[in-house]
Design a protein around this ligand. Structure first.
Ligand SMILES: N[C@@H](CCC(=O)N[C@@H](CS)C(=O)NCC(=O)O)C(=O)O
Length: 205
């Protein structure tokens, strides 16, 4: 039994997209962040950060969007969304899963809030331009980060790039644009957008 504690138009879309691509049945537990559903004692008991997403898999709770993607890919190997242990591509695959929350997201957030690029040697992501260079080169090889295989790493990095482009923080470099367009053509992501639009309506816009 898989339950996603979810709020539309949030980072929870990363876990939602992963679940849809996985193809396993799952339930939503919808949270209205504006009403503080994420600050109730019951929710804080499973996610003390009071953040979405949270995944409950048969009583095992996983938080942090990239960890949820990694967990699901390994827990349901038949979906082919993980590079398995023992495969020499496992290293680069894990690198991308971690690169999302440790480099791409902080770089985009700093750019969005116009924080100056200071002390690149101390910032985990170095500097914004280098992150973009690295990602352009990686996604430019395409079609996906791991070549022909779409994996959880694409859910994590792709979500970060799509969101970064929406905010205009991420420049529309041709390689990044081609990659995010490719991802947005996937039926799974289209379904996620439709579902989220319905959730926004349900929660009253
Ligand atoms: N590091 C977390 C971040 C999750 C996060 O920041 N979620 C935001 C929505 S985008 C949230 O729950 N905000 C509600 C709040 O902090 O009150 C992850 O990657 O899952």
């Amino acid at each position: 039994m898989l339950t996603l504690y979810h709020a539309p138009q949030s980072r929870s879309i990363i876990a939602q997209w992963m679940l849809v691509e996985l193809g396993e049945p799952f339930d939503y537990h919808l949270l209205d962040l504006k009403k503080g559903d994420n600050r109730t004692a019951a929710y804080l008991a499973i996610n003390p950060m009071g953040k979405v997403p949270t995944l409950d898999h048969d009583g095992s709770v996983v938080t942090e969007a990239a960890a949820i993607c990694s967990y699901l890919a390994d827990a349901f190997p038949k979906a082919g969304l993980a590079i398995p242990i023992g495969d020499r591509r496992r290293g680069p695959y894990l690198k991308w899963l971690f690169y999302g929350p440790s480099c791409l997201e902080p770089a985009v957030i700093d750019r969005m809030f116009q924080r100056p690029d200071v002390a690149p040697g101390s910032l985990g992501y170095g500097d914004f331009e280098r992150v973009m260079e690295m990602l352009s080169a990686a996604v430019g090889r395409g079609p996906y980060l791991m070549g022909d295989s779409f994996t959880a790493a694409d859910v994590v990095i792709g979500s970060g790039l799509i969101w970064g482009m929406m905010t205009k923080a991420v420049p529309a470099r041709p390689e990044i644009l081609a990659y995010t367009d490719r991802l947005q053509e996937r039926p799974g992501l289209r379904r996620v957008y439709e579902q989220d639009a319905a959730f926004v309506k349900k929660l009253g816009g």
